[in-house]
Design a protein around this ligand. Sequence first.
Ligand SMILES: [Zn+2]
Length: 70
Amino acid sequence: MAKPKACRECHYLTTENMCPNCNSTNLSTSYTGIVVILPGRTPNEDPRNTSYVADRLNISKPGKYALKVR
Ligand SMILES: [Zn+2]
């Protein structure tokens, strides 16, 4: 499996050439740390309401994210 790329805009990790989260093509292969935001009890729940990490990183959708993107 290819190493996923991290979006420089929202830090979302993807193996595509475009970020499925914010549609940015500004992707980086150089990043450190991975954080996984799990879905809430309801599908449209904002993870920032229940997760300290999601709140600090300002992540509004569950998924895999890079902690630091260079
Ligand atoms: Zn993005």
